[in-house]
Design a binder for this molecule. Structure first.
Ligand SMILES: [Fe+2]
Length: 401
């Protein structure tokens, strides 16, 4: 049971093809709701107006672009299901009143968009795994030697980034152009004032501690921006130094532990904005955001922690001392070895990580004894999510493109 994109009739309002194991046992309607009984016993329900909005025909959709052609005002307020029947090939035919409009629905599409039984799961949804170093001592690692052609490894690599916040490719070409190649293979690179692709190596006078041999405290990049980059690529072209160990911390794990063990501190850090400022000679980026950003449901969506790019705190007077105390608790955890993953970059290693979740830093190294050269760039989380949905679509359809 599947829609066939090569068939004349278009049965789904998108460019996908759907298959499910279950078949339709019966369909019925009381005029307002279509009820579908499935072979596994599930009963799904769909409102008439929802069905009319998703009817896959040239009146409702532009079938070239699959964008909706019907405005909300074109949906009859008194829409009803006049008739419904199970047609051949698990297609459900519906006639709407008062228009007399006929539509045919692919049963597999209906099954996978069943909002009456908990809703549809996003194809890019990956269960998050929060980690300490005991649970995740090394980055999840994958063979990068043919990563631009190896779709299965590429999808597994991206899935690990979605779950653990970071993953490593080993054995990629240790060439200056590879960071850009790999990032472009995921999606669109985010440009910024440090350059579309930038170098992390000793460059005197560059205006950033990143471009020295100094230790870098764990931080997230570009927290001074309204929309902080969601992903970061770091690719090792050369490393002949001793020292300079990379460190990465799961900021979501630290923040969740803080929520459990220090709830008052967590509340302050999640509600009172810090002033962030990059203090450069030729740009002046600033933003205000709490150190821990929650969504409407209370889930942690960002850890915006970079103390060395904070401007003067501009918080309510009575909260200042408590906020500093809460910040001390957060930073004590960021110094705690149980959260600090340490590893060395070998030439050809590439790290991809969530820049709004994973804090990164490094130990100091001696610039006189060797060279350490990383190339990096940013993308947004939505590029990872789009790539994961396309990988899921290819698995469903068996398509090669
Ligand atoms: Fe950084």
């Amino acid at each position: 049971m599947a829609s066939d994109e090569t068939a004349t009739e278009v049965l789904t309002p998108d460019f996908e093809s759907y298959q499910v194991a279950e078949t339709v046992s019966a369909v019925d309607s009381d005029g307002r709701i279509l009820t579908v009984d499935w072979s596994d016993g599930r009963v799904s329900r769909y409102h008439a107006i929802w069905l009319r909005n998703n009817a896959c025909d040239p009146v409702t959709f532009n079938l070239d672009t699959r964008e909706i052609a019907l405005s909300p005002l074109d949906l009859p307020e008194d829409i009803r299901i006049a008739t419904c029947e199970l047609a051949a090939d698990d297609v459900i035919a519906v006639r709407f009143a008062p228009e007399g409009h006929d539509a045919r629905f692919d049963a597999a599409w209906l099954r996978l968009h069943d909002y009456s039984n908990g809703g549809r799961q996003d194809d890019a949804a990956v269960e998050k795994v929060f980690w300490t170093t005991a649970e995740c001592p090394e980055p999840p690692s994958f063979d990068g030697s043919d990563i631009l052609n190896d779709r299965d490894t590429f999808a597994a690599f991206l899935t690990a980034v979605a779950s653990h916040g970071l993953a490593r490719l080993r054995g990629t070409p240790a060439e200056p152009g590879f960071a850009e190649q790999l990032a472009s293979h995921i999606g669109v690179i985010r440009d910024n004032n440090f350059g579309r692709i930038w170098n992390v190596r000793v460059e005197p006078g560059s205006g950033s501690n990143a471009y020295t041999s100094l230790e870098l405290a764990p931080h997230v990049d570009l927290a001074t921006r309204e929309y902080q980059p969601g992903l970061q690529v770091l690719h090792c072209v050369e490393n002949t130094t001793r020292g300079g160990r990379a460190m990465m911390i799961d900021g979501f794990r630290v923040a969740e532990d803080l929520r459990t063990e220090e709830p008052d501190a967590f509340h302050l850090l999640a509600t009172v904005p810090w002033h962030l400022s990059n203090r450069a000679t030729d740009t002046d980026y600033r933003w205000n955001a709490p150190a821990i950003v929650l969504d409407a449901a209370g889930a942690i969506v960002e850890v915006r922690s970079i103390y060395f790019l904070r401007g003067p705190l501009n918080a309510p007077f009575d909260l200042v001392e408590d906020l500093y105390a809460a910040d001390r608790l957060l930073h004590a955890r960021l110094m705690d070895p149980q959260y600090r993953m340490l590893f060395d970059y070998l030439p050809g290693d590439l790290m991809l990580f969530d820049n709004r979740r994973i804090l990164h830093g490094r130990k100091a190294f001696d610039a006189a004894e060797g060279r350490r050269w990383l190339r990096g760039c940013y993308l947004e989380r939505e590029e990872l999510e789009s790539a994961l949905r396309m990988a899921a679509r290819r698995r469903r359809t068996g398509a090669n493109t």
